[in-house]
Structures are given as structure tokens and as C-alpha cells.
Design a protein around this ligand. Structure first.
Ligand SMILES: [Mn+2]
Length: 255
């Protein structure tokens, strides 16, 4: 896929971010990986290039958006479109599963697992009033309470079904980033995820809504998380990934 994309975009460069699996706890492994990722994203952004981060589970968001924040001149504010079936707003005291990939948004807003706090320091990288959660359909009451307390904007699937995705996700007026958890997409179109949730955004609607955003010079970074190729069916998720990446690296080209 990379070779096909690079054939039309010679400036495309592939970086691997190594993950050490020998540390004593999963949270420390994630913290170290996110720290390395933050450094990579900060460096790429500082060079004036456009980082595209592909994961892995959504805990990578702690690295990506901490890195972007580090690279921007103060006050370093940007909007973030968090497209996800879940809210990712847990912390260790509220999470029923303890899964770290259910916590990255809370952490980026300053409510962190103690082993992960260093990644998001100094100060929370995100500003609640500038984050919009889009495509939400699976969450716990503690997450809704967190979103209310902090002033997060949450767009549920019902609102998307009624108004259309493009209407609830207009082009932000200032700098912004996009983080896409592939489980926001309907499992019929993107089966290659760890936690499929029925009733999601259709792939074609997502591509149509994202194309103008990805073509904007105000878009500073794209992250696509939860891509799990072994779970794919008939190459559907791979085709969506390639279309999304093509829209990001060749925004002027027809689909
Ligand atoms: Mn997520």
C-alpha cells in the first residue's frame, strides 16, 4: 500500500516507531511507545511536514497529539475531530475493563493513568472546548459525566443519521487535527477492528466528509487507529485505508 501511495507522492516517507515489549506493565509499554511517537510527530511537524499516524490501538493518540502540541508555538491550540464509536474518556477508576485504549481522550485532557501522565506533560495537550467526538454509540455513564464536566462536544450516531456527517463535521476555522478510530465506521465497511460496533458511519460518507478537511492547509495531522488487518474481510478495510491515505497524501487528485 505504501509503495502504491508513494508512486504518486514521492515525498512520502515511512517511519516505524519501535515498541519495547519487555517493560513491567502494559501501561509502561504504552507510555514509552507514546513518548517515542510524540517525539516523531513533533519532529515531523517542526520540519513543516504532515504526519500521518497509523496504529495500533487508540492509546497511540496520547503520543500523536502530545507530539503535535509540543511542536506548535505557544499557545499551541488546535481543534481535534475525534471520530470514534467510543468516547475513550475513562480513567483507571472508572474503566470496567481497565483497557488503556478506553482512556486516551481523558488523558489528553489531563485525567491520566499515573503510568501515562508523563506522556501528556507538561499540561494537557488538548482543550475540551476544541474537541468534538463524532460517531459515538457505545459508552459508559462515567464517560458521559466526564464529557459534560469538561465541556466536550459529543455527536452521537443519531445526529449523524439525521443530519449527515458533513453537516456535523464542518471545516474548522483554525488549525485542527483528525483522529479516526476505525471502529467508528460500520463493521460492514471496516470489519478489521478489535471492537466492532454495529450501526456506524458508512465508508463512502466518511470519505466524502473527510476529503475537503484533509485538503485544507489548516489540517495539521491525521491519525488512523485500531486497524487490525487479520480481522479484515475481503480486503474491505484495506481498501478504505488506502482511500483515506490517498485523500491525505494526494488531496488534489480525484478519488
Ligand atoms: Mn477510540
Amino acid at each position: 500500500m505504501f509503495e502504491r501511495l508513494a508512486a504518486g507522492s514521492p515525498s512520502l516517507i515511512w517511519h516505524d516507531v519501535p515498541v519495547a515489549v519487555s517493560l513491567s506493565s502494559p501501561a509502561l509499554v504504552v507510555a514509552q511507545a507514546c513518548d517515542a511517537l510524540a517525539g516523531a510527530v513533533a519532529g515531523i511537524t517542526a520540519e513543516g511536514r504532515f504526519p500521518i499516524v497509523i496504529g495500533g490501538d487508540h492509546s497511540i493518540a496520547m503520543g500523536t497529539w502530545s507530539g503535535l502540541r509540543r511542536a506548535l508555538a505557544p499557545p499551541g491550540l488546535f481543534d481535534l475531530l475525534w471520530i470514534d464509536a467510543h468516547m475513550d474518556c475513562h480513567d483507571p477508576s472508572t474503566s470496567p475493563s481497565g483497557a488503556l485504549h478506553g482512556m486516551p481522550l481523558a488523558c489528553l485532557l489531563g485525567r491520566c493513568h499515573p503510568d501515562l501522565a508523563g506522556v501528556a506533560c507538561p499540561g494537557p495537550p488538548l482543550t475540551p472546548g476544541r474537541v468534538t467526538l463524532i460517531g459515538v454509540r457505545s459508552f459508559e455513564p462515567e464517560e458521559t459525566a466526564f464529557a459534560r464536566r469538561t465541556g466536550l462536544r459529543v455527536v452521537h450516531m443519531e445526529e449523524i443519521a439525521a443530519q449527515g456527517l458533513a453537516a456535523v463535521m464542518p471545516l474548522p476555522a483554525g488549525p485542527f487535527g483528525i483522529t479516526l478510530d476505525l471502529d467508528a465506521v460500520d463493521p460492514g465497511d471496516a470489519p478489521a477492528v478489535g471492537t466492532p460496533e454495529p450501526g456506524g458511519i458508512r465508508a463512502a460518507e466518511l470519505l466524502d466528509a473527510l476529503r475537503p478537511l484533509l485538503a485544507s492547509p489548516r489540517c495539521l495531522a491525521l491519525e488512523i487507529a485500531e486497524y487490525s488487518p487479520p480481522h479484515d474481510v475481503a480486503g474491505r478495510t484495506a481498501a478504505l485505508m488506502e482511500a483515506l491515505l490517498r485523500a491525505a497524501v494526494q488531496p488534489g487528485e480525484p478519488p
